[in-house]
Write a protein that binds this ligand. Structure first.
Ligand code: ZN
Length: 81
């Protein structure tokens, strides 16, 4: 592991694969399937992935960003009812 892999850094797919000890193809698949949270600067562009999101993905849990989305959805539902 290099010094590069600290929480404040965003990783690309290849770096994420190294971090997760997975194949880059598995990372890309997980990103497309929405199992792993990543952001793209433009559609079809490079992914930026946070190490903590990768850790949550490997642990089989939602990262904090996706938890927020879920909570927002619940809040909207609560307001609507
Ligand atoms: Zn995330």
């Amino acid at each position: 592991m290099s010094q590069l892999l600290v929480d404040s850094d965003y990783l690309d797919v290849n770096e994420a694969a190294i971090y997760a000890r997975r194949h880059p193809g598995s990372i890309r698949r997980a990103l497309r399937a929405g199992e792993l949270h990543g952001s793209q600067t433009k559609p079809g562009g490079r992914y930026s992935i946070e190490p903590k999101c990768i850790r949550d993905y490997l642990a089989g849990s939602l990262c904090e960003h996706r938890q927020n989305v879920t909570q927002l959805g619940r809040a909207k539902k609560a307001l609507a009812s």
